[in-house]
Every structure is written in C-alpha cells, then in structure tokens.
Design a protein around this ligand. Structure first.
Ligand code: FPP
Length: 250
C-alpha cells in the first residue's frame, strides 16, 4: 500500500484500487443562482443548467462504480425563496422524473427520495412513489435525491419514532444506540457518505446529512454547480483517496 500512496499523485480514478473509491458521495449542488447572475440570466436558469449537471454527474458516478450518491436538491429552508424559484425547481424535478420513468428500464439505478414528503404536490409525490417502486430491484448505483430535506428535521423525526416505540413498550430507552438511530433515518440501510463535495466556494454543511457525515471527508471546490464536470468529480475522488481516514483512531 505504501508504494501505492506514493504513486497516487500520478494515478487516475480508473487506476485506483476499489477500496480507495468512495462508496457513497454526497453532493451539495450549490452556486446555481450565482452562475445565472454572472450571465445576466434569471436565477431559475441556473437551476435548469444545474439539473443538466445533476444528470451528467449521476451517470459519471455510475460509470465509476460508486454505490450511493446523494444530491441535495431542495432543503427544508429553501421554501423561503421566491415562489417562482421554488416552482422552477419543482418543475425541473417533475420533468426529470417523467423522463426518467421511461429510461428506468435501460438503467440499473435505484432511485430514492430522502426528506419530508408531507408538503409536496400530489403529482410530484405520485411520480416519486412510481420512480421508487419501478427501480427498487435495481442493483447498480443508489441515487438519493434529498428533497425538502434537512438533517435536523430528519433527526427530529427519528427521535419521535423512537420515543413512540419506547412509549408503546416496544423498546427500552437504554436500547437506543447509534445503530438504531441510523436505522431510523431516511438513509437506513445505506453506507454513510465517505465523501461530501461542495462546489461554489462556500465552506458550510448547510444541514446536509448531519448524522451520516460524522466521518465524511469534505472536498470544497471553487466551481459553481452548473460548471461542475466529470473532471471535478475525479479531482475530488483523487483528493479523497489521498486522505488518511482514522475514524478517531491513530
Ligand atoms: C443551490 O444553489 C441550489 C438549489 C437550492 C437547487 C438545486 C436544484 C437543482 C440543481 C435542480 C434539481 C433538479 C433535479 C432534477 C434533481 P443556489 O441557488 O443557492 O445558488 P447561489 O448560492 O449561487 O444562490
């Protein structure tokens, strides 16, 4: 392994040994608004191009053998944005889901949504349920789309579920451990993210996968999401492969 670490500088992602490829990557798709503003366009155009980038990066993750990828599409705080911007993002999702439903047969992607579905429009909810049901048996990339997602909100939900179980006598308070909390989150059954990529030059987690990211490696990149490319993805994976992950040990 030592020779390998030395040589990593010169390696490309397809030459990395499997154990250095992250199993789960999180993407904070940031910078769409700034990208549009720089071009004198309305903010929603940034999201339109951002959605194209999303499709391209999903395919790139699959091609690189990544097991799970989670994309932060809409946070529990994003409802505060102007209504036309919220509508534009929801319409992009509608469009994506409608198109994907016809592509699902040829792809090996399992699509899942994380986040609170309660306030979503009924037609979006139906499309989400259809997408999840149609792809539940797929064995390739697990694609999580975080929609109306917030890490704190997710944890509050999990705490309530566990409290109800204790109240109903199904478990004791002492039985609550890290595993049962993980199992009660929207990402239950999936590996925690190894790598979280945030483009756009901001250095924040923004309530993304708070519990799951305890030992994630972060790569912050100075590129706006609509300009994010396969090359940026590879650069982030290579940076990750060079990190010395100790998980609190030495
Ligand atoms: C953050 O950039 C981006 C969002 C809140 C929305 C991201 C949504 C998409 C890329 C489209 C989703 C569609 C599919 C199909 C998943 P920002 O607007 O906060 O950028 P700024 O910081 O430059 O203003």
């Amino acid at each position: 392994m030592a020779w390998f670490r030395k040589k990593q500088e010169e390696l490309t992602v397809d030459q990395l040994p499997k154990e250095l490829i992250p199993k789960h990557i999180g993407f904070i798709m940031d910078g769409n608004g700034r990208w549009a503003k720089k071009r004198g366009m309305p903010r929603r155009m940034g999201h339109v191009t951002g959605a194209q980038t999303f499709r391209k990066i999903v395919k790139a993750c699959e091609a690189r053998g990544i097991r799970s990828a989670t994309f932060y599409a809409f946070s529990t705080e994003n409802w505060k944005r102007p209504q036309d911007e919220v509508d534009a993002i929801m319409n992009l999702l509608r469009e994506y889901l409608k198109e994907s439903l016809s592509d699902f047969k040829s792809e090996n992607i399992r699509t899942k949504f994380i986040g609170d579905r309660t306030p979503l429009a009924p037609d979006i909810l139906a499309l989400i349920e259809e997408a999840e049901a149609e792809t539940a048996h797929k064995t390739g990339l697990t694609l999580n789309i975080a929609l109306n997602y917030g890490g704190r909100h997710e944890l509050v939900g999990a705490m309530r579920v566990l409290a109800e179980r204790v109240k109903a006598g199904e478990m004791a308070a002492e039985d609550i451990d890290e595993q049962c909390i993980s199992d009660t989150l929207d990402t239950a059954g999936q590996p925690d993210p190894d790598l979280i990529i945030r483009p756009s030059g901001e250095y924040r987690t923004s309530n993304f996968l708070l519990w799951q990211s305890a030992y994630a490696e972060y790569v912050f990149m100075d590129v706006l999401w609509p300009d994010f490319s396969e090359e940026h993805l590879d650069k982030a994976i290579l940076q990750y492969a060079k990190r010395n992950r100790r998980f609190g040990g030495v």
